[in-house]
Design a protein around this ligand. Structure first.
Ligand code: AHG
Ligand code: MN
Ligand code: MN
Length: 339
């Protein structure tokens, strides 16, 4: 039997590759792994105890908070606050960022931005959901309170990013800029074990994922791309298969492993897009680039966008290189014809 490598072992091995590493990033990743196990436990018991359904409150974006959104948010904040390496966080569930006001945290060198539970609308119906996180070095001096500028950094500045998917099995996938690795939670031992080393995404695929119900509300170039996906062309594997789970993490994860494109464009009802740059688009863009894919807002590389607001939204085209490039070229062509 081949040797099992747990996430903690893997993180430690990687730390040894950096001669000046202090172990702080390692500790944050370990905190994330522990909080993920807590959320995993709660998500798995969701039908048994009274934690399904709406919390009865709205988050900053006017969306109904689910009880599990709030529980997951609490689990991650508790882990980061007690760890001491993180000086502040930004979460989908809080209007403002939170600066941890205690002596240990004020000396933390990092900030974390996260979506505690992605795919909330799928919670009550037992469909895959996830957590997405993004880690940056702070800009403000250590020993002080974290600032908004610490949170508003370009995605290209991320030092680590990842997601946890609560699916048919629970997986944690992350990158520190040296490839992408995936770990599956073995419930019998309570450990994330390396199951998907050095993930590379296929250059092209046969799956397109978008909410087709929005097509009449978006850029005509996107209609052309959807039409292209549906056309018959055995040479390019078309028609592609339409697959849309409605949990970004789950749609992204499938495409990462099998090849494909995920699109959430700007629409009439979401003129700046629906997905949030800082804790949805940027972390997954970092991962997809590390795996050989690309992520754009339809025009620009996601990781180059300078954020101006914590909950900033953007259009999102992410996945296999050739598929995203094709979608971008059709968007451009249609724009030219219309001009
Ligand atoms: P969240 O549950 O964190 O608010 O994110 C939901 C996002 C994303 O997971 C998903 O891909 C998208 O919203 C689905 O939106 P539509 O229902 O508009 O297609
Ligand atoms: Mn989300
Ligand atoms: Mn969410």
């Amino acid at each position: 039997m081949s040797k099992i490598t747990t996430l903690s072992e893997f993180i430690m091995q990687r730390q040894q590759d950096f001669p000046f590493a202090t172990g702080e990033l390692t500790s944050i990743l370990n905190d994330i792994s522990i909080a993920s196990k807590i959320v995993n436990r709660d998500v798995n018991r969701a039908g048994l105890v009274d934690i399904l359904g709406a919390q009865g409150s709205e988050n900053v974006q006017g969306e109904q908070q689910q009880k599990l959104d709030v529980m997951a948010d609490n689990a991650f904040i508790r882990a980061f606050k007690s760890g001491g390496e993180v000086c502040g966080i930004g979460s989908e569930e809080h209007e403002d960022f939170i600066a941890f006001d205690n002596e240990i945290s004020k000396n933390g060198k990092y900030v974390v931005l996260f979506d505690p539970l992605d795919g909330s609308s799928n919670i009550d119906v037992n469909v895959s959901i996830g957590t997405i996180f993004s880690i940056y070095r702070r800009k403000s001096p250590t020993g002080t309170l974290a600032t908004l500028d610490d949170m508003l950094q370009k995605g290209s500045e991320q030092v680590a990013a990842g997601y946890v998917i609560f699916g048919s099995s629970t997986m944690l996938v992350y990158t520190t800029g040296r490839g992408v690795n995936g770990f599956t939670l073995d419930p019998s031992i309570g450990e994330f074990c390396l199951s998907h080393p050095d993930i590379k995404t296929p250059e092209t695929g046969r799956v397109y994922a978008l909410n087709e119900g929005n097509l009449n509300q978006c850029d005509p170039g996107l209609k052309d791309y959807a039409e292209y996906c549906r056309q018959d062309d055995p040479a390019t594997g078309r028609p592609y298969s339409g697959r849309y789970i409605g949990s970004l993490v789950a749609d992204f994860h499938r495409n990462l492993l099998k090849g494909g494109i995920y699109i959430y464009p700007t629409t009439d009802s979401h003129p700046t897009g629906r997905l949030r740059l800082l804790y949805e688009c940027n972390p997954l863009a970092f991962i997809v680039e590390q795996a050989g894919g690309i992520a754009t807002d339809g025009k620009n590389r996601i990781l180059d966008i300078q954020p101006k607001e914590l909950h900033q939204r953007c259009g999102y085209y992410v996945g296999s290189k050739q598929m995203v490039e094709k979608a971008m070229s059709l968007l451009k062509e249609t724009e030219k014809i219309q001009a």
